[in-house]
Ligand binder design. Structure first.
Ligand code: APR
Length: 233
């Protein structure tokens, strides 16, 4: 069933898929994210306490996108989507734009996007390629300020209804490069229907590894293109 090109596929990706493009994962050995504690830059409380630091932090992350390229794993998933005739949904926890640049289309950024902003006055979301700060006006309502379009710890991830609907109906669920530390994404494998094939591709077994029927250990740039070949072959 799952090798048929009309099977329904849901793929979840995390920071591990972008690691070989040169973007750091969240849970590196020192426990810091780009030299900051997560509580200092990725919570609504941090933004209230020290907005300048949070704006600066995400401005740096946004600028760093110009220095990286999609890798073989991003490209393989875009190729899979193009060749697939069944339902296909790619859900990423990543706020980088590497899946978008690789050509993935049916893609949900459940934790937001670095290249977008949200207006704190009118709540509109908008494309935002440059720096932002507390004086950046909203181009839509003229007020603002705008904030990074990032789902911080304690906030509700995006598109949850659509994601759970797809998980419930899928025949194949694949998780790539995610540590299983952060919910709700870590619980997606438990939400798939009983007949679905579930497979984890990761550098090491994740915290959720035992919930998957199959596991493959290795680098995303090797495992993902090989698995895509298997599916399409
Ligand atoms: N290939 C495959 N897997 C890799 C690679 C690689 N080249 N490099 C690292 N990994 C694996 C790591 O072993 C780890 O299990 O990717 C995983 C990355 O885990 P995290 O850093 O915890 O990233 P992620 O799971 O995406 O984090 C989830 O946490 O801080 C929040 O909102 C943030 O979206 C993020 C969420």
């Amino acid at each position: 069933m799952t090798s048929a090109l009309n099977a329904r596929v849901v793929i979840l990706t995390g920071a591990g898929i972008s690691a070989e493009s040169g973007l750091r994962t969240f849970r590196a050995a020192d426990g810091l994210w780009e030299n900051h504690r997560v509580e200092d830059v990725a919570t609504p409380q941090a933004f209230q306490r020290n907005p300048d630091l949070v704006y600066r932090f995400y401005n740096e992350r946004r600028r760093s996108l110009a220095t990286v390229q999609p890798n073989a794993a991003h490209l393989a998933l875009a190729r899979l989507e193009q060749a697939w005739s069944g339902d296909f949904l790619l859900v990423t926890q990543n706020v980088d734009d590497l899946h978008d640049r690789a050509g993935s289309r049916n893609l949900l950024h459940m934790h937001g996007e670095l290249l977008k902003a949200q207006c704190l006055a009118c709540r509109a979301d908008m494309v935002w390629p440059g720096d932002m700060d507390r004086d950046s006006p909203c181009p839509i309502c003229g007020h603002g300020p705008v904030r990074p379009h990032i789902v911080w710890f304690g906030e509700m991830p995006l598109e949850m209804d659509r994601i759970y609907q797809a998980l419930d109906r899928c025949d194949l669920f694949l998780a790539i490069g995610t540590s299983g530390h952060v919910y709700p994404a870590a619980g997606f494998v438990e939400a798939v229907g009983p007949r679905a094939r579930t497979l984890e591709l990761n550098l090491e077994p994740s915290l959720a590894a035992s919930a998957f029927l199959e596991r493959r250990i290795g680098k995303a740039t090797e495992l993902v293109p090989a698995f895509v070949e298997e599916l399409l072959g």
